[in-house]
Design a binder for this molecule. Structure first.
Ligand SMILES: Cc1cc2nc3c(=O)[nH]c(=O)nc-3n(C[C@H](O)[C@H](O)[C@H](O)COP(=O)(O)OP(=O)(O)OC[C@H]3O[C@@H](n4cnc5c(N)ncnc54)[C@H](O)[C@@H]3O)c2cc1C
Length: 380
């Protein structure tokens, strides 16, 4: 879509990943006139992946951050249903649960504590979310008995979503309501106008910076103390034909997630040092081999896709959500790292609240921009 260089908006969203898409979707629902700027194509960054694990934090040592994620994981389910109904696109959401194998004797004691804590922290009226221990796999070779010598915990709260499904659904829902400008890497000027690659300027009353890795560069003139670092991740899709209701398996950093089409996503590496953030290599092959050993049910299914991208981990680890202090109209919403797909809709609702005049959503202190600008890092 082309727009005139002088066009004014209520809201400019910088970044078309899953977080920016949720911001545009919820902002448009609130009646805002929105432009969404994406440097490349929509969901071509970290959000264009394969896995989509929706994994709750452990229920022990509960505090605000875990509560925020818990509530987000609860209401993502109806949000996904609504998106599917509006867009006609399958988001690939299912609350399939998760198996965590226990490899050491001491894990059994911790597992019991987690199960007890889940009974308290995950309690909901009319829903029985629980974590329990099992001695044997609930499905043969998912995982292999040998990887769970001390049993496993299994829960019925964890879920999965198809990253490409949910971003496609969001895109379709906003496409006739939001000006979407792809191949438009914008620069944030000192006067808070947005400079387009062709030299044109866009004015918006409010701006949300949700540009993944680039968020901090864009905000450098305003809040130089905020920073983050890229962590490379690699994942693959195996051409299995498995039951899509199989639970997510997570063992020693390796995930196996069966999606609605019966294919199995496996991942991920976590690399702090790398030469190229977007190519796959032997580290992914090691993950795939581990995944085959953990869950022999995938057999020798061929790899149909290999994928790599950079997740952004902010300094202070947690997401940053809210207004930038002393810079009216400027907001940040970024940095969910490995859990973004489960919380992006809540991050978006929280950053939008003051923009659309809604009551503020309670935010964990560690997410609040002011704390991070002032180098206060509450428990993360
Ligand atoms: C291998 C791997 C596995 C993962 N697995 C999971 C998982 O199982 N579950 C989970 O929840 N999360 C997972 N994640 C993390 C998740 O994918 C990311 O945290 C999430 O996609 C980040 O979304 P985002 O919108 O913040 O960033 P991005 O998707 O990176 O979007 C930011 C966008 O901003 C654009 N941009 C940058 N600069 C500008 C500019 N100047 N102007 C306009 N646009 C700009 C970029 O092009 C990009 O498209 C995984 C990540 C990886 C790499």
């Amino acid at each position: 879509m082309s727009i005139s260089a002088s066009k004014n908006y209520d809201l400019a969203v910088i970044g078309g990943g899953v977080v920016g898409l949720w911001c545009a979707y919820l902002g448009a629902k609130a009646g805002l006139k929105i432009a969404l700027f994406e440097a490349n194509t929509i969901a071509s960054g970290a959000s264009g992946g394969l896995l989509g694990a929706l994994m709750p934090h452990m229920p022990t040592q509960w505090y605000e951050k875990k509560q925020f994620q818990f509530e987000a994981l609860i209401d993502l389910e109806p949000f996904a249903q609504q998106l599917e109904a509006e867009s006609g696109i399958d988001c690939g959401y299912a609350r399939v649960g998760r198996i965590l194998p226990l490899s050491l004797p001491e894990h059994e004691i911790e597992a019991k504590q987690k199960c007890d804590a889940a009974a308290i922290q995950w309690a909901r009226p009319n829903r029985n979310y629980e974590m329990r221990t099992v001695k044997k796999p609930t499905h043969p070779n998912w995982p292999h008995e040998d990887v769970m010598p001390h049993g496993a915990t299994i829960d019925n709260f964890s879920a999965r979503i198809n990253p490409r499904g949910v971003t496609s659904a969001l895109l379709r829902c906003i496409s006739d309501k939001v000006d979407i400008l792809e191949n438009s890497p914008v620069e944030l000027q000192a006067d808070k106008s947005l400079k387009m690659p062709d030299g044109g300027h866009i004015i918006a009353r409010d701006i949300i910076v949700t540009a993944g890795l680039n968020s901090f560069d864009l905000l450098q003139p305003f809040v130089p103390s905020l920073s983050g670092r890229p962590i490379k991740g690699q994942a693959a899709m195996l051409d299995t034909k498995l039951d899509p209701q199989l639970p997510v398996v997570h063992q020693a950093g390796v995930y196996l997630i069966v999606h609605n089409d019966g294919r199995t996503a496996v991942g991920s590496t976590s690399e702090r040092e790398f030469e190229d953030g977007h190519t796959t290599d032997h580290l992914l092959e090691e993950v795939i081999e581990k995944a085959r050993r953990i869950c022999p049910l995938v057999g020798n299914a061929p790899v149909v896709e290999r994928w790599a991208s950079l997740r952004m981990q902010p300094y202070g680890r947690d997401p940053l959500v809210g207004p930038v202090p002393e810079h009216e109209g400027l907001h940040i919403c970024t940095g969910g790292f490995k859990i973004t797909f489960g919380i992006a809709h809540r991050m978006a609702a929280a950053v939008l609240a003051p923009i659309i005049g809604n009551p503020a959503l309670e935010m964990p202190p560690s997410f609040q921009v002011e704390n991070r600008v002032n180098h206060i890092f509450p428990r993360t």
